[in-house]
Design a protein around this ligand. Structure first.
Ligand SMILES: NC(=O)c1ccc[n+]([C@@H]2O[C@H](COP(=O)([O-])OP(=O)(O)OC[C@H]3O[C@@H](n4cnc5c(N)ncnc54)[C@H](OP(=O)(O)O)[C@@H]3O)[C@@H](O)[C@H]2O)c1
Length: 229
C-alpha cells in the first residue's frame, strides 16, 4: 500500500507551480499539470514520485478524462494562470474570455471533478491568487477581475466543503520572479528586475505552511509581498 500522500499541481512546468511541486515532492506523489509534456517530464526527472499530467485546462473534455483517473487526492494546488496587462480601453473580449477561462472556469471545473477524491482524503485545495485579487489597479482589469472571482470561488468552496473535511487556502503573492512577471513587465513597458521580486520558492514555502498546519488551524488566506520592493 502506498503510504505517501498525493498531490496535483497545475502550472507545474515552471514558475510558482514548479516550486510548489518541488516543495511537495519529499512527502507527496505529485502529478505535474501543464501543457508542455517535455517540460513536465524534465521537472518530474528531478522529483521522486512525480509524473507529468499534461492537460490543456481550457479543453474541458480533456480535463474530465484526466481527472477521472484520480480517485483520492490529498492536495490540489491551482497555480496555472495567465496575465495580460492593458488598459480596459485596449482589452478585447478575447482577452477577457481567455483570462477568465484559464484563471477561473478551469479552476472551478477541475475542482468540481476532483471533489469526490478530495473528500475521500479530507484534502486541501490551494488557490494561487495574487495581490490583484485583493486590490484592482489601473491596467489590471481582466486579470484582477479573474483573481477577485477566484477569491470568491475559494471562499464559497471553503464554506461548502468544511463539513466534508476539505480545507481551502487562497495565497496572494506580490510580484514573483517567473516567466509571467517577465511578460507583465513587458506589457507595462518596464524592466524585469527579478532581484526585487519574490522567489517562487518563497511562495511555495507559504503553500507548505498552509498544507502542514495542524488540524485545529485552518489557514484560509496568505498574503506575501516582496520585502525588497
Ligand atoms: N509571477 C507573478 O508575479 C505572480 C504574482 C502573483 C500571482 N501569480 C499567480 O501565480 C500563478 C503561477 O504564475 P507563474 O508566475 O508561475 O506563471 P508562469 O511562470 O507563466 O507559469 C504558468 C503556468 O500555467 C500553465 N498554464 C497556463 N495556461 C494553461 C492552460 N491553458 N492549460 C494548462 N496549463 C496552463 C503553464 O503551462 P505551460 O508550460 O503549458 O504553458 C505554466 O505551467 C498564476 O495563477 C499567477 O496568476 C503570479
Amino acid at each position: 500500500m502506498n503510504s505517501r500522500a498525493s498531490a496535483l499541481v497545475t502550472g507545474a512546468s515552471r514558475g510558482i507551480g514548479a516550486a510548489v511541486a518541488a516543495a511537495l515532492a519529499p512527502t507527496h506523489d505529485v502529478l505535474l499539470g501543464g501543457r508542455d509534456e517535455q517540460a513536465l517530464r524534465a521537472v518530474a526527472a528531478d522529483l521522486p514520485g512525480a509524473r507529468a499530467w499534461p492537460v490543456e485546462l481550457t479543453d474541458l473534455a480533456a480535463v474530465a478524462a484526466a481527472a477521472a483517473e484520480i480517485e483520492r487526492l490529498d492536495v490540489l494546488v491551482h497555480s496555472a494562470g495567465v496575465a495580460d496587462i492593458a488598459p480596459l480601453a485596449d482589452t478585447s473580449a478575447e482577452v477577457w474570455r481567455r483570462t477568465l477561462e484559464v484563471n477561473v472556469v478551469a479552476v472551478a471545473e477541475l475542482t468540481r471533478l476532483l471533489l469526490p477524491a478530495l473528500r475521500a482524503a479530507r484534502g486541501h485545495v490551494v488557490l494561487i491568487n495574487s495581490g490583484a485579487g485583493l486590490r484592482a489597479n489601473a491596467g489590471w482589469g481582466a486579470y484582477a477581475a479573474s483573481k477577485f472571482a477566484l477569491r470568491a470561488f475559494g471562499d464559497v468552496l471553503r464554506a461548502e466543503e468544511a463539513g466534508n473535511g476539505v480545507r481551502v487556502t487562497s495565497v496572494h503573492p506580490g510580484r514573483t520572479a517567473t516567466d509571467m512577471q517577465r511578460g507583465v513587465r513587458a506589457d507595462e513597458g518596464g524592466a524585469y528586475e527579478p532581484e526585487k521580486y519574490l522567489r517562487p520558492e518563497s511562495v511555495s514555502a507559504a503553500v507548505l505552511t498552509a498544507i502542514t498546519a495542524p488540524a485545529d488551524a485552518d489557514i484560509t488566506e496568505i498574503v506575501i509581498r516582496p520585502s525588497a520592493g
